[in-house]
Ligand binder design. Sequence first.
Ligand SMILES: O=P(O)(O)OC[C@H]1O[C@H](O[C@H]2O[C@H](CO)[C@@H](O)[C@H](O)[C@H]2O)[C@H](O)[C@@H](O)[C@@H]1O
Length: 366
Amino acid sequence: MVSVAEMRKQNVIVPEEFAITRVMAAPSRPGLAVSCKKMFSQLDIGGGGTGRIGAWVDSMRASSPTRVKAVPALAPSLTASRDQEYDGWVEQHPSALSNFGDVVAASKEKRVVLFLDYDGTLSPIVDDPDRAFMSDSMREAVRDAARHFPTAIVSGRCRDKVFSFVQLRELYYAGSHGMDIRGPVKATKHTKAKAKAVSFQPASEFLPMIDEVYKALVERTKSIQGSKVENNTFSLSVHFRCVEEKKWSSLAEQVRSVLKDYPKLRLTLGRKVLEIRPSIKWDKGKALEFLLESLGFAHCSNVFPIYIGDDCTDEDAFEVLRDREQGLGILVSRCAKETNASYSLREPAEVKEFLRRLVEWKKQTP
Ligand SMILES: O=P(O)(O)OC[C@H]1O[C@H](O[C@H]2O[C@H](CO)[C@@H](O)[C@H](O)[C@H]2O)[C@H](O)[C@@H](O)[C@@H]1O
């Protein structure tokens, strides 16, 4: 098999996820893919020096290899090996579409509740985070789903921003990785009258700190072309998707120089993004539990939560479902990944199809 380093040398496009697979395979589980385990996705802020920055850049590279120009002659072997690996992985994490009958059989006579991540799940990943729009057809699919099932969007984004993309008032929203939760503005027959009153912000004391760090990061990174700091209210994202790889260590150094003075913040890696958030015990998994409780399903055995997401931060929610032995997690991925999810879908288009089928099934099974 041609190595990623070899492909880079030869100017082959290294599909983002395939390249991660190769880099992460050794320290993770031999033969298996991208890992979202904390040892890889969480970066150590303490101390300093070139060693630490080198480790950060290694992690950034491992989770986000740079694409380079394609040499078609090499692409077939790359595709074949990736397909082989994916096929093996799908046996462990079956497609929720191909196995739709199993999914609905598992939920029989239970109340389905939907939890949907945004970026990479409802909208495709794009270079500019401000232009990650959701298609009208996806919006329609989510709207239809919400007519039949209580539905929540759970995102790393600021709640207002993700709402501006989704534009559906009948949903629950959990922004800033679950640290900013609000019930639907528009009631549906599936949301209780008191849903409007649902509101929870477990990290509000961190607001001034996050704002201060946002300003410092904008100032310190402004000379690094392509970088972008996004203020997600209770968390921050430092994007490096459009930063040249040779500048990643400068970016990492600037971020570290700001964060070293803020021991109450933690830093994790997402899809070509450094995510900064308060070190509190709250994540998308806790948000899922909070929302289930708000919906009146805290100790119910007849509820069937379905969580669909694509990123490391969604693993916390998959883990909660796995530990509760309730419902199911669906990972959106085109490649093999180490995950707590039990099912998979390849891309947002399949998520849309899954939601449509769920609605059709519900209409036929009152
Ligand atoms: O929890 P999510 O809804 O998946 O949000 C996670 C982060 O998503 C966004 O960044 C990612 O998508 C961008 C648009 O496609 C892409 O340019 C970027 O490289 C990705 O990391 C968002 O901008 C972040 O703030 C979220 O934390």
